[in-house]
Design a protein around this ligand. Sequence first.
Ligand code: FE
Length: 361
Amino acid sequence: MFNSTSLRFIFGKRALARLTPLVAAAFMGLAGRATAQEPVLNLYSARHYQTDEALYTNFTKATGIKINRVDADDAGILARLKAEGAASPADVILLVDAARLGKADMDGLFRPIKSPALEAAIPAQFRAKSGPEGTTWFGFSTRARVVVYDKLRVKKADVDTYEELADPKNKGLLCTRSGSHPYNLSLFGAVTEHLGEAKTETWLKGLVANMARTPKGGDTDQIKGVASGECGVALSNTYYLARILRSDAPEDKAIAGKIGVVFPNQQSWGTHVNVAGAAVAKSAKNVSNAVKFLEYLASPSAQNYFADGNNEWPIVTSVKVNNPALQAMTGGSFKSENIPVSAVANNQTKVQQMLDRVGYK
Ligand code: FE
């Protein structure tokens, strides 16, 4: 193919100079593409945190690979990928929650990759199951799904397991977001792994019977519902709690003063833990840059930015966080479940059917 030297040879240096700048640029662009992979990476991200800017700048500084970013929420990214099909320019996709990563994987939106560095850095529990072609997605931070309760009305001992949330003693107290939200699909998928399908369905029926109100809003709305007295107990991801606990706003300080937080199931299978993660897009044009980016995300400095930007824990176990809100919440450490998040994600269809049967909105 042509490179700039051969173009000069064909057209002559003066002739090339006489071409309109646009045409010349087109030829040079063509030449560039033919000689080497362009140092760019097209990133579709469902994360939008201040600290992510540093994350991307450091990658470009270290590798010379420029990042073009498309920011949208998870549903927006998945819809866009499906609409673009094979023509999609996406190289890397960042999504939050294993249920969403698992769904995108089932829909064939990811390209399996082989990276010994990633396999070594990311615990097998927190990535897709590897096949002969490689691994489709990797978690890069963890969050826990915990219980929030009204310190005045509810005893901690009555809500320190997921199972007890369905106990008649908690009737009229429970608030959750929609059962079909990925965070709940994942939690219920995890419970299905731990208890089996029949017991999980009975448990879900018990949750519905204990509702203080029809499921609505996000996790922060459930926390506010507990603080306002409308709810006695609720479920939330840890980073929403950390945001409130780190806030200086008087209304957040008031909320923090009213609620208690429990990491459930410390005496049994542990608290449910989920991931935010990334994958190489099925139709990626810059595959090696994409793999480099994922490997970069597992590096200690990137792990700090990635996790701390959303008050999460780094997935690489050797990387330690210094997040005061997370530290205060856990008192140092907690027992987390040890089932693969990919199995949790794969239960979501089954879970949705159970939700429909028990009338969990
Ligand atoms: Fe969230």
